[in-house]
Design a protein around this ligand. Sequence first.
Ligand SMILES: NC(=O)c1ccc[n+]([C@@H]2O[C@H](COP(=O)([O-])OP(=O)(O)OC[C@H]3O[C@@H](n4cnc5c(N)ncnc54)[C@H](OP(=O)(O)O)[C@@H]3O)[C@@H](O)[C@H]2O)c1
Length: 500
Amino acid sequence: MMDYIESGDVKMSAILVIFGGTGDLTHRKLIPSLYNLVLDKLLPEHFAVVCVGRRDKTLEEYRKDIKESVSRYSRNKIDEDVWSKLQNMIYYYQFDFTDTEGFGGLKYFLEDIDQKHKTEGNRVFYLAVAPEYFETIVHGLQIGNMADRQGAWSKLVIEKPFGKDLKTARKLNNKLIEVFDENNIYRIDHYLGKEMIQNIMVLRFCNLIFESIWNNKFIDNIQISLTEKLGVNSRGGYYEHSGAMRDMLQNHIIQILSLVAMEPPVNLKTDSIRTEKLKVIQAIEEITPEFLKNNVIFGQYGKGFIDGTPVPSYREELNVPKDSNTETFVALKLHINNFRWAGTPFYIRTGKRLGSGSAEIVVQFKDMPNILYLKDTEMQEPNLLVLRIQPNVGVFFQFNTKDFTTHHGIVPTKMDTSYETPTQGNTPEAYERLIYDILRGDATLFSRWDEVEAAWTVADQIIQYREQKKSQFPNYDSGSMGPVKAFELLAKDGRKWWNI
Ligand SMILES: NC(=O)c1ccc[n+]([C@@H]2O[C@H](COP(=O)([O-])OP(=O)(O)OC[C@H]3O[C@@H](n4cnc5c(N)ncnc54)[C@H](OP(=O)(O)O)[C@@H]3O)[C@@H](O)[C@H]2O)c1
């Protein structure tokens, strides 16, 4: 039996070059994902990984470090045979990438590896480094003639955040497309690699019962909640320049929104899907001063308790100024102005240090007219379809049935197919899927530039409003579900957030 995938028409042999090889992302996500890909026999026969870092390490030391990371973070226990296969593919290359001349040395190093592993000159350059280095590295790759090589392909993988606003995102993109073709740029939004996010399209487009009522005639409102119990911990310095808008809304939430609301694509090709997603972002209602005043709530966490343990306020976190105006929570209501969705509100919330940590999409269907049943009590519970993304993965559905314990009662019945990860499901990590897709050249789960640009156009206006506004922060306790105003946002429409 083969212990690598058949490449078929797609030439997958390549060297994966990870800039940031000693960093947190590489240790916690990328290397454990590679381990699981080896285990699942999803890597090509001719493959190698070159990890670039500044620290002085021998290859043995580096391999020892990453073995520890695999033991700690992989969803599968370490198997010595599998580990041995992976470690023989991995190399450490020490250099400071702000030194442009150093790229020449890296080029020769990679050519040697090509010989050794028969990787045919193909490259994936993965930038797992702070965003301020993206342009520096791409420039180095350009100077070192490493991006555009005869007879071989080169791909670029960019971690988030992609710019800090529309202007910087455009500047970064202009640099990238000077060196790499748009088709070879993979802008990571790791949320898109999550199983349940991919399942949104399957649920919608493989089930008549959902897709036929997936519109403003039958759906009362849709809620997207990405809530976290975690605070910023040691990442205060980063978060201070990001906030919830840049960290979650501009990328993950807008991507989820576009998958939930898109029209069926004409086929499953990358560009067909991306084009439909883009149309959703372009149809988001105009962000007017009226919209900002009435439909957007910002919050910042104060002290409180998470699972009974006292936690500090955001302003007491490391590297956060005592008068910080950064939002750790945002809730908003928006409309998508197209024929399918006109009039159906989308409520969105995301925040840190909340009482529960989960990612869920709740679709609330319209009520039946209370003509036959429940006339007097007005107790009808709506049909709810909940797509659970994390920590549980699966689908929850609520519908009304007769209460068999009484003569005439009606009760909401709950069907739940979701399971807790990783104990029962052990679903692949998002990064496994993403790395695999990059090698196959499938960019469906990555953002195209025009999607990123459209998302920034929306987010930027909200961010500018927030930055000009001096907010009364902190305005919610850690362990609560956010500011009171976030509840009022729905209450004034006669609705509520569902915490399923
Ligand atoms: N960590 C996560 O969970 C996570 C999640 C989503 C997205 N991201 C994104 O992923 C990227 C990396 O994040 P991270 O948390 O892994 O960062 P990190 O732990 O700070 O790692 C930074 C890496 O960059 C290397 N580096 C910095 N300056 C260098 C230089 N001049 N020359 C060579 N290497 C240099 C460091 O090497 P040395 O240590 O050897 O100096 C280290 O390997 C960021 O864009 C972040 O936003 C991270």
